[in-house]
Design a protein around this ligand. Structure first.
Ligand SMILES: NC(=O)c1ccc[n+]([C@@H]2O[C@H](COP(=O)([O-])OP(=O)(O)OC[C@H]3O[C@@H](n4cnc5c(N)ncnc54)[C@H](OP(=O)(O)O)[C@@H]3O)[C@@H](O)[C@H]2O)c1
Ligand SMILES: *[C@@H]1O[C@H](CO)[C@@H](O)[C@H](O)[C@H]1NC(C)=O
Ligand SMILES: CC(=O)N[C@H]1CO[C@H](CO)[C@@H](O)[C@@H]1O
Ligand SMILES: CC(=O)N[C@H]1CO[C@H](CO)[C@@H](O)[C@@H]1O
Length: 301
């Protein structure tokens, strides 16, 4: 009898553990404004789980949540600076303590050096690559253990991540190789920074934009991750959101953040494929195909 009670007690504990305590959540980075904010809004309307609006600044994030509360929507706020290890660790710890599984991860946070940035070229290249490429990779790797099987990762990419933007065919084929490992990708990207320091990047066929190299590298990472996570049924896709009217484009742009949020949200809720590079109009674009841009530097072509 005692043994029976003992067993049933643990059975009930086990049952409640497996049925009640793991909650599925969606996480959006850089969500206090612009595209990220609109993505959170649409997820709150359509996704059945908890939605995290994250922002590197507590106040800006809190204000964004208040705005959505007024619309009757209920995102959860958490501070998250993807380029800060301590902040990433705090966020991951929170997910673990809440016993949550990430079903949807949208990597949206991003910054752009404008063309008139005064910093020296080698500094810009180093910053862009090591902070932005490395931050994205490290944040994603930190969250992976908490990704739900069958989950979805959407990375907000850019037309600058298209392979055709790198002039050298030799370098393109390295980025494109299905055998490429994360270590090799990091080494390839470091060799770019070294070439910039030697003033050799144009000769070597990298082109003149660190932004392009960082976005191409992140796209290569997206496809690598897709191959790695396929056995768990996790899909990884990237989207070029269009030339979005946001602070990043200083009032320019040809698509509202609200419209630009539609394709990423559709990919997060019901992806129609994996390892895809999707344009803002919903068309899948071959990463290694011809330049698909309708706009170059904000002008129609
Ligand atoms: N606008 C375009 O035409 C365009 C085109 C192609 C791709 N994209 C991509 O779309 C994404 C969203 O851009 P947007 O146009 O919505 O720009 P945005 O209005 O400038 O928003 C960028 C967001 O990222 C956040 N952020 C920056 N660094 C961060 C960090 N280290 N940790 C956490 N959050 C950080 C910003 O937070 P703060 O408010 O604290 O700065 C802000 O919330 C970016 O990845 C961008 O590269 C935009
Ligand atoms: C969407 O944009 C891509 C890239 O510019 C273009 O090739 C495609 O024809 C467009 N599709 C539609 C339906 O407009
Ligand atoms: C091109 C680009 O995105 N540069 C940014 C990389 O990240 C650092 C630090 O977060 C920013 O200062 C750069 O503007
Ligand atoms: C292609 C691409 O890289 N897009 C973005 C993915 O998300 C990170 C931030 O989490 C951005 O820095 C990248 O630019």
């Amino acid at each position: 009898m005692l043994l029976f009670n003992f067993i049933s007690f643990y059975f009930i504990i086990l049952l409640s553990y497996t049925t009640m305590s793991v909650n599925k959540v969606a996480v959006v980075t850089g969500a206090n404004k612009g595209l990220g904010f609109c993505i959170v809004k649409k997820l709150c309307e359509k996704y059945s789980g908890k939605v995290y609006l994250t922002s590197r600044d507590e106040q800006r994030g809190g204000k964004a949540c208040d705005e959505l509360n007024k619309l009757g929507l209920n995102p959860f706020f958490h501070q998250l600076d993807v380029s800060d290890k301590k902040s990433v660790n705090n966020f991951v710890k929170h997910i673990r303590e809440e016993n949550e599984e990430v079903e949807i991860l949208i990597n949206n946070a991003g910054i752009l050096f404008l063309k008139d940035a005064p910093e020296p070229k080698s500094f810009q290249a180093e910053q862009t690559i090591f902070v932005n490429f490395t931050a994205l990779v490290d944040f994603t790797e930190a969250i992976l253990p908490f990704m739900k099987n069958g989950g979805r990762i959407v990375n907000i990419s850019s037309s600058s991540g298209h392979l055709c933007r790198v002039p050298s065919g030799d370098i393109r084929s390295k980025f494109q190789s299905e055998m490429l490992t994360l270590e090799e990708l990091k080494t390839l990207v470091s060799s770019y920074v070294e070439d910039v320091k030697q003033d050799e990047e144009i000769n070597k066929g990298w082109g003149d934009s660190p932004y392009v190299v960082s976005k191409v590298a992140v796209n290569a990472y997206t496809f690598m991750l897709q191959r790695r996570l396929a056995p768990k049924g996790i899909t990884v896709n990237c989207v070029h959101p269009g030339y979005v009217m946001s602070d990043m484009t200083r009032g320019g742009g040809s698509i509202t953040p609200d419209d630009a949020a539609n394709v990423p949200v559709r990919l997060a809720l019901t992806p129609w494929g994996a390892g895809l590079y999707v344009w803002h109009n919903g068309t899948v674009v071959p990463w290694d195909g011809p330049d698909p841009r309708g706009y170059i530097d904000g002008r129609k072509v």
